[in-house]
Design a binder for this molecule. Structure first.
Ligand code: G6P
Length: 607
């Protein structure tokens, strides 16, 4: 949730750290701080607010060549300058930045206070600085290794010490940390976006790893000081992918990228000759796939809704019983692992703790869990038993858009693969492929009509409550549409099956509560039309996302946005894009910070 960077080299460390923090700001953005090595001391500067507020406090030309920085998303303690990281020990010589949660901080704090340490913040993280201070004897790395075994909880940390200068020590347990290997300079960061402007060489740390970086070298060991040899991996993301490239914000850029990102998710995975899909990373034999009796999907937020679409597809296409569940609930329900059941953990970031911990719980009980992730080298991608990368490219806006359509694509491909091993004929497989391949131009066509949604948003953005209503495979899309609107515009919105409104939500309908209906030309259209009339009869305003040429709907709905026709199973793509744009334009209309909405974080690494 928070972002961490450390730098050690010969360049202007302040500039590198501030730039890195700006790239990490999407991970957390309530306060930030730096600790910069300077003439035998550490200069600590912290500020509530955005990185630009911190930057204003930092003097020009500090001439520092090493330091650490942090951007925070508060968990313990209010948002203010003092609670911002880095935190220091009593001497002020040691500074640490921490991602994660220290569960036993209160007992450690009592112990350290009784030994004379003075705490100044309300955070759990400050304990780490004092604990390292307790063991420090002019060797920072050694002190870190003595302190860390006492911590219970999760951490990704970086630390620096004025009395052991020109080096940074990092350690990981449950929160990601990556080493950027440069030429006479080394970096540490919570994700690669912070460092790809400087190097494409990365070393991903595992839980239990400790790393010492100096300008010319990095050394990884475990907590018992045993050396660990790590592979240097090539970062595939390009710098221009994490820049706005002329768009006003990342969310608009990411929505507009979808024709390409959907194609990338399919790329190299469609076998036209056999009318099937190839998913190389599944690590499952043909026999295991044929014997599969059930699929269960775990995820959070938008990924959970993509999982719901996935479950629908797996039941509809290969006829495999499938269900999508909230990862946060699965973990604590003491899940029952049935035989021949395959699990998918779906996560854009690959770091969502609810999903990661649920996955580990399932694996502990013997389940096979595959990941559907975007971020290469992320915790879920590494710890799962195999999986599918969706290759969306970096998703920076907090509200997820392009990851959703690519996650859904991964499920179409998996459904095709399973179906072709079962009852689906060659020609039906060919049809499925051509339907899938027809999606990117259709999404392109919707995007080219975005000005209509902008106009609609102008008309509707002042309403305080919305209902989003869909059925069948589009029911999760209605949930996602409501989520998008709340996340970035702060308008209250509920997603429902339109069949369900008569069981409660219809009580909310009046001329102040617009309903957004998803109306594809599928078997449920007539029933949805009926529900629309029920809303109309109660003076509810109606926005319909309907197919081109559906004239009847224009007599009922107040506003209609027409989408291209497709096979009924493919409407999630076609329906979700207008909802993303509608939410985006409503947020713009209300002057919201679209990329960094209040209280949210891109990658949620706490429970
Ligand atoms: C956060 C983000 C959401 C995202 C959810 C799951 O809440 O703000 O946009 O859908 O986490 O994230 P994941 O990375 O696991 O897909």
């Amino acid at each position: 949730m928070c972002g961490i960077i450390g730098y050690c080299g010969y360049k202007n460390a302040t500039k590198i750290i501030i730039e890195g923090l700006k790239r990490l700001e999407y991970r957390g953005y309530d306060s930030a701080g730096v600790a910069l090595g300077l003439n035998g001391t550490l200069k600590i500067i912290k500020s509530k607010g955005k990185i630009k507020d911190l930057q204003k406090k930092i003097p020009d030309n500090l001439g520092t060549q090493y330091g650490i920085g942090h951007t925070r998303w508060a968990t313990h303690g209010i948002v203010n300058d003092i609670n911002a990281h880095p935190h220091t020990d009593c001497s002020g010589d040691l500074a640490i930045a921490h991602n994660g949660i220290i569960e036993n901080y209160e007992s450690l704090k009592n112990m350290l206070e009784s030994e004379g340490h003075t705490f100044v913040t309300d955070t759990d993280s400050e304990i780490i600085a004092h604990l390292i201070e307790k063991y420090f004897d002019n060797d920072l790395e050694k002190a870190v290794k003595e302190a860390l075994p006492l911590l219970k909880g999760t951490y990704g940390i970086v630390c620096a010490h004025a009395k052991d200068p020109r080096k940074i020590v990092g350690a990981r347990n449950g929160s990601p940390l990556v080493v950027g290997v440069g030429n006479n300079e080394m970096f540490l960061a919570s994700d690669v976006t912070a460092i790809i402007a400087h190097t494409k060489q990365a070393v991903y740390l595992e839980d239990g790893d400790v790393v010492l970086i100096k300008p010319e070298s990095f050394i990884t060991t475990d907590l018992n000081d045993r050396k660990i040899t790590k592979e240097v991996e090539q970062i595939t993301w390009e710098l221009q992918q994490i820049e706005k490239n002329g768009f006003p914000c990342f969310m608009e850029k990411e929505i507009m990228e979808q024709p390409e990102s959907i194609k990338r998710a399919m790329s190299g995975r469609i076998d036209k000759e056999q009318a099937t899909a190839h998913l190389g990373g599944l690590n499952l034999s043909t026999k295991e796939l044929i014997n599969l009796e059930r699929v269960k999907i775990i995820a959070a937020g938008t990924s959970y809704y993509a999982g719901m679409v996935g479950a629908y597809l797996l039941e509809a296409i290969p006829r495999i019983p499938a269900i999508s569940e909230l990862a946060s609930e699965v973990r604590y329900r003491n899940p029952i692992i049935e035989k021949n059941t395959l699990y998918f953990a779906v996560s854009q970031s690959g770091e969502t703790v609810d999903t990661l911990y649920a996955m580990k719980e399932l694996q502990r009980k013997g389940a096979t869990v595959l990941g559907i992730c975007n971020v290469v080298g992320s915790s879920i991608a590494r710890d799962s038993d195999g999986g599918v990368y969706i290759h969306s490219g970096p998703e920076i806006a907090v509200a997820s858009t392009k990851a959703f359509t690519s996650q859904v694509t991964a499920f179409y491909l998996f459904a095709l693969l399973l179906a072709r091993m079962r009852d689906l004929s060659y020609s039906a497989g060919e049809k499925l492929i051509s339907n899938l391949q027809s999606i990117p131009p259709k999404v392109e066509a919707i995007l080219s009509q975005c000005s209509k949604l902008k106009e609609m948003a102008k008309k509707y953005a002042h309403y305080k409550d919305f209902l989003f209503l869909g059925r069948g495979v589009n029911y999760p899309v209605a949930l996602e549409g409501a989520l998008k609107l709340k996340e970035i515009s702060y308008i209250h919105a509920e997603g429902y099956s339109s069949a369900e409104i008569k069981h409660g939500p219809i009580a909310l309908i009046n001329d102040e509560t617009p309903s957004v209906f998803l109306v594809p030309d599928d078997d449920l259209r007539e029933k949805i039309m009926f529900n629309m009339k029920e809303v109309k009869a109660r003076k509810g305003k109606i926005i319909a996302i309907s197919v081109e040429g559906d004239e009847e709907i224009k007599n009922i709905a107040d506003d209609v946005f027409e989408v291209p026709r497709t096979h009924e199973l493919y409407y999630p793509y076609i329906m979700v894009v207008p909802l993303q744009l509608f939410a985006y334009y409503c947020a713009l209309e209300l002057g919201r910070d679209v990329d960094q909405p209040r209280n949210l974080a891109k990658s949620v690494t706490v429970e």
